[in-house]
Design a protein around this ligand. Sequence first.
Ligand code: UDP
Ligand code: MG
Length: 318
Amino acid sequence: MLPKLYIVIPCYNEEEVLPITAPEFLEELESLKNDNLISPDSKIMFVNDGSKDKTWEIIKDLSKQNEAYTGVCLSRNRGHQNALLGGLMEAKELADITISIDCDGQDDIKAMTQMVKEYHNGCEVVYGVRSKRETDTFMKRFTAESFYKLLNAMGAEVVFNHADYRLVSSKVLNEFANFKEVNIFLRGMFPLVGFKSTSVFYERHERIAGESHYPLKKMLALAFDGITSLSIKPIRMITGFGVIVSLLSFIMIIYSVIGYFLGNTVEGWASTSSIICFLSGVQLISLGVIGEYIGKIYLETKARPRFIISERTFDKED
Ligand code: UDP
Ligand code: MG
């Protein structure tokens, strides 16, 4: 039997982009159907992430025009990761496979064919990986690539140059649903679920319209979240660094005691104050990093819902 596919697309303030890309997604869906790769009742699911513009109205209109379009609406803006998770959790009940993709047309829609073929070859997770970033500005490319390097160096293992363009079967999503954490970083979490996986390469295009919602500040925040949600390496590094600093201080103490007895101590204001400054800096940074983890624990213990769906374009059968 052919698998039923749901293409899950988070959208936040995308009224300019959606009318252009929605038909492109539909076209790809039709071509997958015509190639007998997916079942005829496969659909596209938009997730409106609390947009402040007409995005949800556009999604509702689309769903009236063609039953291949469906949509869910979050009760407020929860950010890309939560919106995507909301869509995937919704789709896992309805579909056999899901493909998540951004709605701005930057990721090559055509790569879906290859992804579905890999599913037919037995892979449960297929990562879309950007082979080139020529159309990105130098700054975007540099920050994005440093982002992956930083994540890996800090022990958050992610597939290099893979964002959230990915095929996941509902079998994997059902297991993924047991990952109850509130701080989510999907691209780092799917590798943890396991199952047979592979990568499909594609070229990344420019955004069709509108602006990126990931300026440098948000990207840094995402990298920091990714690291602190997936790895405790920074805390270990602090411990290691603490050991080194303590060793050095110990040597310093011996050196100064010997100096004192030999009678060649000088007024040590400069060295003392610089050591104090250095150490208080190190301590503050370390406290900050540890605080970040404690903050995460705090959020996890509250276990608040990660998303709330307020509206659907379809009836949910319970
Ligand atoms: N997005 C979202 N909620 C947000 C921010 C972004 O659902 O709070 C969606 C957005 O509509 C897009 C995707 O996430 O489909 C990726 O955002 P964007 O294209 O701005 O990021 P970039 O591709 O520049 O990293
Ligand atoms: Mg984009």
